[in-house]
Design a protein around this ligand. Sequence first.
Ligand SMILES: O=C(O)CCC(=O)C(=O)O
Ligand SMILES: [Fe+2]
Length: 354
Amino acid sequence: MARVSAVPVEVLLSKRVQEMVLNGEEPPPPYVSRDDEPAQHDPDAFCSHVPLIDFGLLSSPSTDEQKQQELEKLGSALSAWGCFQAINHGIPSSVLDEIRQVAREFFEQPMEQKCKISKGLKEFEGYGADPVPEQGQSLDWSDRLFLDVYPPERKKFKLWPENPPSFRGVLEEYTVEMRKLTERISRVMAKSLNLEENCFLNQFGEGALLQARFNYYSPCQRPDLILGLKPHADGSGYTLILQDDVEGLQIHHHGNWFTVPTIPHALVVLMADQMEIMTNGVFRSPVHRVLTNSERERISIAMFYTPEPDKEIGPEDGLVNEKQPKLYKKMKGYADTHWEYYQRGMRAIHIAKV
Ligand SMILES: O=C(O)CCC(=O)C(=O)O
Ligand SMILES: [Fe+2]
């Protein structure tokens, strides 16, 4: 729990963390939030539990046996950990390098340039911090650019950076690739559970949302006390994360924090609460957080894939039986409920329990 600051949270949040760092300011109290749970920093420890899923092995030239093995690996990673790292996923490395590059160029601009697309304290979209949380909640040592990217009618181009000039084209190309990959991932997840391959895609709906969050974690003088992003589970269906070469993302598993290693062109696929509901709890939505470090800034690009807001989602019939009774109800608009709880420092998944 964060200590109370003399400076109102609204004032703190209207200033960018990157600005505080450039001014050499000490992190004020509401940013102080680390607990002392044990951390498992050894990246090999994570790899030994959470497999890399090779999407190349899941497609045509592979033998049926190779495909089956990879599907089983996928299913057990998602049941035990709720995440995996995807390699050979079909997105050209050049597209991944370009999106990382334009993100970096955006954040490295002078503050007055970035502030042209500043968000208000109550809004989600644009450049800034999360909306003001409830009193007593800690703040994240990060700045963000949050943009709706799909369906096309949700794009608000006035909030998209004009600089670098290639930003818009690169983000649109990245969105097309992400759409293709979410289709593929949704199908293989269904197959790994012996379900009809389009079942999750049908629940997400044609108009499922894609929302991009560019996270910029400035170096921090007190990584022992301050988190880049507080522990949380995502409210989407699932989330695809592109990391740079600086570690920081950690997954909570059986009382330990495990650092997710950085692999140059891999994507971290994290289940979120709505996939936990749709799989009747078979896949877990893991709690995760981001550490700070005193040496280098870290940039990540999270793409949240969320069912159409007006569509009801619920556990797949094929995953409800005598051994595994129905754990979750049908829900609509879960992402909003998730957000209300998030702002109070809580998870919302219990709301969906039967
Ligand atoms: O920065 C990361 O690696 C994770 C970001 C994340 O969890 C989020 O944006 O919800
Ligand atoms: Fe997250």
